[in-house]
Design a protein around this ligand. Sequence first.
Ligand code: LLP
Length: 407
Amino acid sequence: MKNILPTPLQYKKNKLTFDGLFLDKIAKVRPTPFYLYSKKSLDFYYKSFTSNALKHKIPSPLICYAVKANSNSEVLKRLKTLGSGADVVSVGELKKALKAGIDPQKIVFSGVAKTENEILFALNCGKRGIYSFNVESIEELELINAVAKKEKRIARVAFRLNPQVNAKTHKHISTGNKTHKFGLLKADILEAMSVKEFWGNTTLVGLSVHIGSQLTDMKATISAIRELCILALEIETPLEFLDVGGGLGIDYTQDDRSKLASIETYMKAVSESLEKYYFSKNNHVPRIVFEPGRILVGKMGVLVSRVVRTKTSDNAHFTIIDAGMNDLIRPALYEAYHEVLPETKSKKLIKTDIVGPICETADCFGTQRSMPLLQSGDLVVIDNAGAYGHTMASRYNEREIAAEYFI
Ligand code: LLP
């Protein structure tokens, strides 16, 4: 079955439109490059995620949107209005989530390097602090306990389990194996449970797992949930929640479309695994937390750019654009494929390498792409740039960070 996920882009009479608006009109008043996000698309993916959770009878689902995917304040405000919580990995992300109005009691804090100051801030935000510190090491647990003691507070913690499963994805974004720095092995969690000194000012409220990103196949996800449930059953404390992490992929390529799990397939897999490995063995019903990032925001955004010039060199043809790897690093970092679309369609196509202005050969959005022969000033759009675009942008080569527009 092919999964073509809806996108705001569509050609009308060979001219590219975004949410029904002509792109050349949008770009007329905005200097390129810029990121363009669609509110309609964001709403669609959020609602589709939550309605599928309910359809598959996930108990009191809490969506903690992974802020690292896109931390634009308008995007966060919209997600807050839709009911979302947040998964954050730094005090910077936490402050942005709070500024957008997200309830601290809907915020989980992941990450292997939480510092004392970050813990202090998270513990004291709102009336009761954050919903959960998703703890990734024993050392971190000790520090949280110490900080909470000083503050005379009780910190709510969850262990992030490293389930030792192999997620089929790029090696840079696979996180669920014991060679990875993330999470704790089951034996270490069980041992930490028995050390009284760790629990003076902490209380265990949940367990979490996250095995990687851009996951298309559900096998590893199911195994991870199985491991999470086995551990939850072994722990005698009744847990308030089980956090199944994020990771659901989107279609960047045709090939992705043939193997991609839809939101529906994903929810069904989550629901069936929870039933099989937990609910069927236990009367206790914890709430289920999700940490989706890319699936909510990946398809809603594009990077709009203009051609600076074209160049030939022997047999090679280059279309040089004004967006670079500093605006979207995914092709350079993960050899990720992003569709590049001309604003005006043409039947006459050439093969060209689409490259940016940065002084690195890796600053390339695609080689041997079929494109019209473009001219200086022509618009192009790099698709699927809503997730991990702007949040990973840098000022390399003293470039400005490109503006974001949410329409
Ligand atoms: N929860 C945790 C603890 C995470 O580390 C992540 C992503 C997520 C949730 C959200 O995962 P998502 O649903 O977006 O797959 N820069 C890479 C992706 C890095 C993902 C890091 N962690 C990329 O551009 O592909």
